[in-house]
Write a protein that binds this ligand. Structure first.
Ligand SMILES: NC(=O)c1ccc[n+]([C@@H]2O[C@H](COP(=O)([O-])OP(=O)(O)OC[C@H]3O[C@@H](n4cnc5c(N)ncnc54)[C@H](O)[C@@H]3O)[C@@H](O)[C@H]2O)c1
Length: 450
């Protein structure tokens, strides 16, 4: 039985571990699979959680949970901190993180190269490495390939195969399907690497050939991912520019956007919002300008870079506008944040705009609580969600996330309270009811102020 090792057991790695462990042919499991984490407090905690058969906190999709638990019951989920696991691997999926350092404006390439070195100092001849981490274009071919070759040569290991295959998994309720049903994109350093990766993806995900796109090189796969996320970040930033203009001039941006959407070519124009969060959109567009670190020459991407800058300011822009509008009415108040994850229907709170809203109001001496039926414990505030029964008696209610369950959430707002919908959570009927009620003050993002 071939052995697969997964490096890194975060959102991407845990899903890869599970799908590889569950891959079957003729009712028989195909691979021996082990997930390896970093020897760090975080990595040790992940290993301990999985080994003690608790569900990792990142899993909040019922379909995935069912699949994962069935494999736990069959003792298929194996994890370790031991680097020797790489030694007899036939395939290694690299799902560790390559971060962007916002203070130095550089990609943390050295740390990432250390992850690759750990693998290449151990693997046997003819091992296949599939890099799923998001990387600056050129990294796999120009940096990882020579590094792996050098480490193998020292140990007189002759050959290896290498591909980049970017990941599109989305945390939250579609975690399972976003891993299982998407097209796989592969860029190998040579034909054989691409063919081997194609074969293994087919066996894990039951993919037909037309669901696998092969690129000529890993750089095309890396570039594809960066363009995909930069495109989204830029579209969001574009609307933020106009949102500010519309707010200043009291124009109904949402009505304007709905009118534009009537043109078929423009029907996916973005909505205004409170901010961009999550792990990917906040850093990936900056990987474009980090090309110098990899290819050695400057390549400027002003749109992608500016998009991140504009998006980063979005939350504080909105909060300052609210402060200007409501003046001292937002000071020292009892505030309820409704939803704190970075997007709807997930418990992922990484870089969530709710953090900035929290900070802004904390510095105005507000007493903050949050209600989020999915997050429950919020690492950032070190607090637990208030119970659904206790949503009354706040001075300010701020809707931040469009969780599905909020559609049917009815709150009896306190008389004299301020209700802010900063992410289009409330429907038109609810908004109208609130704005017509003289007992409340309100603000709905993208709408004209009455
Ligand atoms: N989360 C997403 O939705 C998503 C989607 C597409 C692509 N990606 C990309 O995939 C990669 C992983 O993302 P993620 O969200 O799973 O990140 P994550 O931070 O949740 O997980 C990465 C894990 O790798 C571990 N790790 C780091 N160095 C290691 C080492 N040397 N050995 C073993 N483990 C190590 C970390 O401890 C961490 O648990 C990133 O490059 C990310 O940009 C993420």
């Amino acid at each position: 039985m071939k052995k697969i090792v997964i490096q890194g057991l975060g959102y991407v790695g845990l899903a890869m571990l599970t799908f590889c462990a569950g891959a079957k042919k003729n009712n028989k499991y195909l691979y021996k699979v082990v997930g390896v984490e970093k020897k760090s407090p975080k990595g040790s905690k992940i290993i301990q959680t999985i080994k003690s058969k608790q569900t990792p906190q990142i899993v909040d999709d019922k379909k995935f949970l069912y699949f994962y638990k069935s494999l736990v019951n069959e003792h298929r989920i194996k994890v370790s901190l031991d680097l020797n696991e790489y030694a007899n691997a036939d395939v290694v999926f690299v799902c560790s993180n390559c971060d962007f350092n916002f203070s130095t404006s550089k990609v943390e390439l050295r740390k990432y190269l250390n992850n690759i070195a750990q693998i290449s100092k151990k693997i046997k001849n003819n091992c296949l490495l599939v890099i799923q981490s998001t990387l600056p274009p050129g990294t796999t071919e120009k940096v990882l390939k020579p590094l792996i070759a050098k480490n193998l040569k020292k140990r007189e290991v002759k050959n290896f195969f290498l591909c980049h295959s970017f990941e599109r998994i989305t945390p939250g309720k579609d975690y399972y399907s976003s891993m299982k049903n998407v097209n796989r994109v592969i860029g190998g350093v040579n034909k054989k690497s691409t063919e081997l990766t194609k074969k293994i993806f087919k066996s894990i995900f039951n993919l037909s050939s037309n669901k696998i796109i092969s690129f000529k090189s890993p750089t095309e796969s890396e570039t594809c991912k960066i363009i995909e996320n930069s495109y989204r970040a830029t579209n969001i930033a574009f609307i933020e520019e106009w949102r500010k203009f519309c707010f200043k001039n009291n124009l109904d941006l949402e009505k304007i956007l709905n009118t534009i959407r009537q043109r078929k070519t423009h029907n996916n124009i973005m909505r205004s919002g409170i901010g961009v969060g999550g792990y990917c959109l906040t850093k990936d567009p900056l990987f474009a300008s980090a090309i110098k670190q990899v290819l050695g020459y400057n390549s400027k991407f002003p749109l992608s870079t500016n998009a991140v800058v504009i998006n980063k300011k979005m939350t504080s822009n909105v909060m300052s506008e609210i402060e200007n509008r409501f003046k001292k009415k937002i000071y020292c108040k009892k505030v309820l944040l409704i939803g704190v994850s970075y997007k709807e229907d997930t418990n992922d709170t990484r870089f969530s705009p709710a953090e900035k809203v929290y900070n802004f109001l904390k510095s105005r001496d507000c007493k903050l609580s949050f209600y989020d039926p999915i997050v429950n414990y919020w690492e950032y505030s070190k607090g637990f969600s208030v119970d659904k029964k206790n949503l009354k008696n706040y001075d300010i209610y701020i809707y931040l996330v469009r969780h599905q369950s909020f559609k049917n959430l009815y709150i009896k707002y306190k008389k004299g309270s301020i209700i802010l919908d900063l992410n289009h959570v409330l429907n038109e009927k609810k908004k109208l009811k609130i704005s017509r009620n003289k007992n409340y003050k309100s603000y709905f993002i993208g709408s004209r102020i009455a």
